[in-house]
Write a protein that binds this ligand. Sequence first.
Ligand SMILES: O=C(O)CCC(=O)C(=O)O
Length: 297
Amino acid sequence: MYRCLSCVIVANVCHRGFIQTFCAQKVNVFTQRKMKFLSKEQKLFYDENGYVVLDILSSAELEEISAEYDLIFRNKADQNLDATWQGSWNYTKDEGSNTVVQSIHGMQMHSAVFSRLLLHPRLLDACEDVMGTSNVLLHHTKAHLKPPGKGSPFPMHQDYHYFPFKNHSMVAVFFNLDDSFPENGGLCVYPGSHKLGPQEDVSDNPDYHYLNKDKFPLEAATPLTLKKGQVVIFSYLLVHGSYPNSSDRVRRMFLVQLRAAEDDPVEQVHRSACQGLVLRGVNARRDADITKRISGE
Ligand SMILES: O=C(O)CCC(=O)C(=O)O
């Protein structure tokens, strides 16, 4: 609740992170939220470019996450982990090369290290700033490990096509567990592309989504060179992809997708472990209907 000069006003958060206020005089003004973690420059950079690179983790936190990540991947090495995207974009398959990206979803179901990370106070402060809401819900998590020399690329895409929401509040929080750069399969982006809105999905495979290579060639994207431990937060509308890992170094990442409690899915797709868990604030829309207690809705 925010107080106008002389009267009590009600505050709502719009999808761009501004507080819409209505005072007794029926004045309707937008004011910037008070930042908790981001500087004004970082917030402006995010609004303009659709992503921001942040230093959030301490080296002790990074070490713990990194060791636990390796342990989980080692213990699951005999399972089916390859998540290389399918579809006609996949030039590596056409050329007969055999790339892989090992993927484990729902890392918080494997270890409490990742459950704790989801509640990291500085991380959630940063997410509040970027998302413009105090009510932050988990959508899903995943880890991608691109092995040296044969790590799969990801075609340019918007995460939107996998799980569309009405107000586009969804962000990805991409933790780089290794130094990452183009040669070891690092991330690349089209800065500002989040402002274009949803772009045409040209995939010929219903389980994968990607954009027209002529409109968004991988070669024209901006590579992000990141230090290990750095976190990139980006809008699910940002056009992004990543390079093959042709280096002699591994590229490991952990990714969390978050959304505002005030937003609604366009359709019920991409259900996953712990979806809807309240990480910050409240979910006032959550039903308490006793008949739904088993289904978990
Ligand atoms: O692991 C990567 O390099 C990119 C992953 C990605 O963009 C995605 O899964 O949406």
